[in-house]
Design a protein around this ligand. Sequence first.
Ligand code: FES
Length: 155
Amino acid sequence: MSLTLYDEVQAMREIYPEPLSAVLPALRLAQERHGGWLSEEALREVAEALELTPAYCDSIASFYDMLHTEPVGRHLVEVCTNISCALSGAQGVVEAFERELGIAIGETTADGGVTLRAVECLGGCGWATVVAVDNRHKLHVRPHDVAGIVGELAE
Ligand code: FES
């Protein structure tokens, strides 16, 4: 018999001294189990398992960039637009992705292949501009690199 998300979150809850401490790993797990994003149903399931409110879970989910409260594509391209990257030309990188993918920042391609997002500091300020492609960081990205990155995603 396979475990339900509720069972898995209950097991996770045992690891932590307080249910609140389990909310982030529980939301990550729920996101995995719910196709890469946290629907109202997913938030409700986590809330029930941790005896929290769905609104509380939503407040956590909407704060962290790695948690998604809307559907995302099969691939996720996240361009850091924080200060170091902004000073190194992040806006030009964003615009190159928008042109190459035919979408605006925050959107997903019509085929559901790629979601393009702008995010806060990815922790690689010395290697700006940083772009996370499916959570793997690409460093020193310039607009002329973008077509190659998009090409890799299509392979
Ligand atoms: S500002 Fe872009 S990685 Fe820190």
